[in-house]
Design a protein around this ligand. Sequence first.
Ligand code: UT7
Length: 330
Amino acid sequence: MKKLYASITSVGCFLPKTILSNSDLEKIVDTSDDWITTRTGIKERRILDKGIGTSYMAIKAANAIIEKKQINPLEIDLVIVATITPDMHATATAAFVASEIGASNAFGYDINAACSGFLYGMSTASAFIESGRYNKVLLIGADKMSSIVDYQDRNTCIIFGDGAGAVLLEPNTNGLGVQDEYLRSDGSNRDLLRIEAGGSINPTSKETVMSKKHFIYQDGKNVFKHAVSNMSNAADQIMMRNGLTKSDVSFLVAHQANKRIIDATSNRMGIEDDKVLMNISRYGNTTAATIPLLLHDYESKFKKGDNIIFASFGAGFTWGAMFLKWAYNQ
Ligand code: UT7
């Protein structure tokens, strides 16, 4: 039997309509459009309405694929949602998404790996496809970061935004799809980027709410240093392991946390700017959604056989890189 590769065969997305611009933030915290733009590359981000959750965006992104590909939802085997902002604790957002899109023959679960959630999800999904066990896996990266951001904390509120992106993974027997992965984590640094309360160590109490421990906290400077060294190292490793030179790489699809982190990674890889995909200026850091949102925005540029390097870094710490051969022309 021919080797099965896990290929991406369609991409969908959803972005909330409400825009929170840098000048809007200037009115809320002590910051400026100039500071945010030069330090991060972000100009604006999207914010989902109150009262609806991550599943709302994930369902829209999934339905975009179902409509575009004209697939019967009953053929979907597995739905994975990568998120750190599930609709609620103790239920998988993916199970709800699967039901709502009519994928009643599928099972669904969430992956919690923050900004690397989508890459880790690609690893899981591709293993299922390569084994021959399942044929249609829907992988969604979705986060409603506005639900965990303190809009009085300028270290975090300027960075994050809401959004969802989805891909369909299917078997390919022509060598197109996921080729290799280099994934790592280091839990010893988890305190540098975290939500302190609401888990089993520090359950919700009046005190945890009053002291704002349910919001995301980050030691930005320290996280930045780890992000630069680990993301660029992972991208470098995946190129070396696969004998790829800079001219072999068609595109870098990197997690959008800070333009300076992406620039450091592409410099280490030695690739030209036009191969480095960016949309951080429009959406900010949407955590698990940044990579599929990039795939959606640049889908028309990709050609069958293109060598794409993915790279990410996030809370945990979690990071890694993947090498994928694109499988279709739009
Ligand atoms: O997505 C998952 C992983 N997350 C990341 O990868 C994020 C990594 N970190 C970062 O992107 C950056 O560290 C930030 C964007 C969060 C901060 O940028 P920075 O260049 O590291 O700034 P800094 O924290 O070193 O602060 C530099 C200065 C400080 O002032 P002083 O001490 O030099 O007077 C800060 O108080 O900028 C000040 N500052 C701000 N000024 C205006 C910090 N935040 C702001 C702000 N607006 N929002």
